[in-house]
Design a protein around this ligand. Sequence first.
Ligand code: 0GY
Length: 312
Amino acid sequence: MSASSPETPLSLKTPGWLDWYENPSKPEFRLPQGTVDTHCHVFGPQAEFPFAPERKYTPCDGGSAELFALRDHLGIDRNVIVQATCHGADNSAMVDAVRAADGRARGIVTVRPDVSENELLDLHTAGVRGVRFNFVRRLVDTSPKDDLRTIARKVAPLGWHVVLYFESADLPELEGFFGSLPTPLVVDHMGRPDVTRPVDGPEFTRFLRFVESGDVWVKVTCPERLSVRGPAALAGERHAYTDVVPFGRRVVREFPDRVLWGTDWPHPNLTDHMPDDGLLVDHVPHLAVTAEEQHKLLVANPMSLYWPGEDV
Ligand code: 0GY
């Protein structure tokens, strides 16, 4: 469906594009056995899986081989591979990666409202368990609610969930729509809080009340994307993105059974630095401070959502 012909010229990366970190450090924090990275992507490789014409950026390649190498390096067991917007609604790179993981990955797709039942069944068989709705304006042109409602109605019978990506300022406008969807909801990156605002202020509190209002799960992901302070740590310490910690910590404390963790590799659209993925793992024990919280965040919660009934 998407293989490029030998004549297809490869597109150049978006100017200023930051490539993923080549030699990530070994984390000090040992991830528990069975850890699931619930938010990562694959980019191409472009020669095999061309990027979508409607994309808003052209990334470097980041295929399944590199993703699985990182998985093994960090001590992760399984991945949930989320369709990246640079591939539009052509899920073939992501599905190919899920298949290559041989049972150790699940997928989240982007589909159009006219997707057929048979296409959805094929995706389910391949390992897909959710669909992503993206409301971030720099990534997608439109997100028509009627189309999204149609998609949600089609995937609900498969037991899938909807992954939501939005900016925190848009939650008041979107909340009613989210609440009307017939599936569990999984929110990317804690709803992208402005971490310069108080963690107990009205904006983040509103987000937490939204989480409380239904079957809503939260990815406590992307400190590197949300941080204003950045990766600077005290000399000799491996604790980066400290300004994001109170937000992640509050979510884990209030909803220990509905939080998920992930790397966001290969980290699309970062502009000031590319994180050392080893440091992202060392961020985890600041969010989930007890062994019980860590096991829920990293193993039990994602297993119940993506591999229900399966033992680690
Ligand atoms: C993320 C965040 C971003 C991009 C995408 O699919 C994507 O292109 O998800 C972003 O630019 O904030 O979750 O990887």
